[in-house]
Write a protein that binds this ligand. Structure first.
Ligand SMILES: [Zn+2]
Length: 121
């Protein structure tokens, strides 16, 4: 159960269809396609399913920001204000820059847990 979920999440993170591993999830510069162009699996199966994607994005960002704060506190002489500026900026840029990939990872996790059907239900 864990391996198929990790594989599907990895495929989604790389914006590859978790079902066929051939079709691209990407649409345009920032968007996510509604369906796989190769096999037809829906990428946005139900309204509200992307709350999980937000959870994934915020969780990954929080772990990176906290780890970064500890590392810079241990390795540099930066004060709390500089740290706050750096890591708030990093966190905001990271979420914006990787949100589509996090959404893809969430689609992969959903696919592994439920199996998204071709008719979208
Ligand atoms: Zn596909």
């Amino acid at each position: 159960m864990l391996w198929p979920m990790a594989r599907a999440a990895w495929d989604g993170l790389r914006l590859r269809c978790p079902a066929c591993r051939r079709g691209s999830m990407a649409r345009g510069a920032l968007g996510l396609a509604e369906r796989c162009p190769a096999c037809g699996v829906p990428f946005e199966p139900e309204e509200g399913d992307f709350i999980g994607a937000m959870l994934v994005a915020y969780s990954v960002t929080a772990v990176l920001v906290v780890a970064g704060i500890y590392l810079t506190a241990a390795l540099t002489d930066l004060g709390p204000r500089e740290q706050l500026l750096i890591w708030c900026g990093f966190g905001a840029a990271f979420i914006v820059g990787t949100y589509r990939n996090m959404k893809g990872a969430w689609v992969g996790i959903l696919y592994a847990m439920t199996g998204l059907r071709r008719d979208g239900r």
